[in-house]
Write a protein that binds this ligand. Structure first.
Ligand SMILES: NC(=O)C1=CN([C@@H]2O[C@H](COP(=O)(O)OP(=O)(O)OC[C@H]3O[C@@H](n4cnc5c(N)ncnc54)[C@H](O)[C@@H]3O)[C@@H](O)[C@H]2O)C=CC1
Ligand SMILES: NCCCC(=O)O
Length: 477
């Protein structure tokens, strides 16, 4: 069971862990897939070695041990599977735990409304579950995404079948076991492994009432299309190309920190990253000097070491894709101020890992591919601007709308810019913090629906109106 995986962890170091336990969770226990075919290797990003064989087809039809106690072990597994640094993985597990606590608390606060009607009649509303919800996760925050989707779903009385990304199948099943230990009835939270085919089966299943998806825009469109056929509700957390606007009156030190937070968490593989960094021309030289100095100082390497600040990208094709964006940016006239190359750590066991040096691009223009498309890697594009009006117009000139940020000491400007930016979140004088109390989700092609915050209850429940007559029926016939 989970212990089997978790018990190997105390002595674990990068390159030593092999996972052999089944990773599907059905009817209260780990189970092997019914058809053991199409096994695909899952690679450890830091070493490039296979550490698990995942069967992609699932044909099944038909006193709590706190998460906080398992925190470090889950974080280590997350690192081995995803490649992010242990420092970040621990934060991710904490956020997952806070999310579960938050919605467990909100469960008892679900309430309807009482409406008085003429003649003593009245009506009330009830929040009821939707039924079976499907969660489809991405590989950048495997455990956290499973928690963000399942916690509100279960709090509202639904069941959830969760499908992790086939690149990061390892930790969702541990969440299932934690729920079981906490008393969640068998079958209420299941984990099904697989890729597009499994995701399609889940989205098309007639007994599924809702799909909550995190991933790319093209796949999100397919999920929406399939769900539409069954009139299923959908939450879509898709990609982004978010603007971060830095005005000359900012606290420069904080703005630089914010730009790093906006670009380099999880090796830059974060949907809400502020990858278009607009800097007011007057402070461009100081900003670039400081941001480059700090970017060069980011320690890339073994993600299980406490000192490491940036680990490995998710897989080889993705690393090549990100490096390809940098090459294309150069061809289109961008200047690489630092990084943007494959990085080979000195530790021999990491030579085949998917590491790259974090990159800052200068001389960028709005029409460049690196400025228009989601790179999903550690690549920051810096763009100069003159006026507030101009920068807001340029910031909004994108089909995405997930997040945005502004650094300024002018409080009126900060709120005006926040109002005018077309994005689901605007950070003022910070970036990429994820308090569970705060709704998270997109505008435009970054999706719709929300995760986190009280409002998410509305996306995992339906409202029933009960009308009560206290007198005689008024009969027209
Ligand atoms: N919004 C975000 O947080 C994320 C965005 N991305 C973006 O997407 C790009 C591609 O990454 P992928 O992992 O291939 O993303 P993807 O969007 O294809 O996959 C996300 C999830 O959807 C599942 N899936 C794939 N095809 C499906 C289908 N037809 N029906 C139902 N489920 C399906 C996958 O198995 C995975 O669990 C990345 O390079 C990045 O730009 C990737 C991960 C997270
Ligand atoms: N902690 C932020 C998660 C955002 C994302 O899913 O990419």
């Amino acid at each position: 069971m989970a212990q089997a995986i978790l018990d190997v962890m105390p002595g674990a170091s990068t390159g030593t862990v092999q996972v052999s336990d089944p990773l599907n969770f059905w009817a209260g226990k780990r189970v092997e897939p019914r058809q053991q075919k199409n096994a695909e290797p899952v690679f450890e990003p830091a070493t490039g070695d296979c550490f698990f064989l995942l069967c992609l087809i699932w044909s099944k039809r038909d006193k709590p041990l706190a998460l906080v106690e398992k925190r470090e072990k889950i974080a280590k597994l997350e690192v081995i599977n995803n490649g992010k640094s242990i420092t970040e993985a621990l934060v991710d597990i904490d956020i997952a735990w806070q999310c579960i606590e938050y919605y467990a608390g909100l469960a008892g606060a679900l309430a309807g409304q009482h409406v008085q009607l003429p003649g003593g009649a009245f009506a009330y509303t009830r929040r009821e579950p939707l039924g079976v919800c499907v969660g489809i996760g991405a590989w950048n925050y495997p455990f956290q995404i499973a928690a963000w989707k399942s916690a509100p779903a279960l709090a509202c009385g639904n069941a959830m079948v969760f499908k992790p990304s086939p690149f990061t199948p390892v930790t969702a099943v541990i969440l299932a076991e934690i729920y079981k230990e906490a008393g969640v009835p068998d079958g209420l939270f299941c984990v099904v492994q697989g890729g597009a085919e499994t995701g399609t089966i889940l989205c098309q299943h007639p007994k599924v009432a809702k799909v909550s998806f995190t991933g790319s825009v093209p796949t999100g469109k397919k999920v929406m299309e399939m769900s539409a056929k069954g009139v299923k509700q959908v939450t879509l957390e898709l990609g982004g190309k978010s603007p971060l606007i830095i005005f000359k009156d900012c606290d420069l030190e904080n703005a630089v920190r914010g730009a790093l937070m906006a670009n380099f968490l999880t090796q830059g593989q974060v949907c809400c990253n502020g990858t278009r960094v607009f800097v007011q021309k007057d402070i461009m030289p100081q900003f670039l000097e400081e941001v480059v100095k700090r970017t060069k100082a980011i320690l890339v390497g073994d993600p299980l070491l406490d000192s490491t600040r940036m680990g490995a990208l998710i897989n080889k094709p993705h690393l090549e894709k990100v490096l390809g964006f940098v090459s294309q940016a150069k061809l289109q006239g961008a200047r690489v101020l630092c990084g943007g190359e494959r990085f080979v750590p000195s530790d021999p066991k990491l030579v085949n890992g998917y590491f790259m040096s974090p990159c800052v691009l200068d001389n960028c223009r709005d029409d460049m591919t690196c400025v228009k498309e989601e790179i999903f890697g550690p690549v920051m594009s810096v763009l100069p601007f003159d006026t507030e009006e101009e920068v807001v117009q340029r910031a909004n000139n994108t089909t995405f709308g997930l997040a945005s940020g502004v650094f300024t000491r002018d409080i009126s400007r900060a709120h005006r810019v926040a109002e005018n930016l077309e994005a689901g979140t605007c950070f003022i004088n910070n970036y990429n913090i994820s308090p569970v109390e705060v709704p998270f989700g997109g505008y435009k092609m970054s999706g719709f629906g929300r995760e986190n915050g009280q409002v998410t209850i509305e996306y995992y429940s339906q409202l029933k109106t009960v009308v009560v007559e206290m007198g005689d029926v008024d009969n027209y016939f």
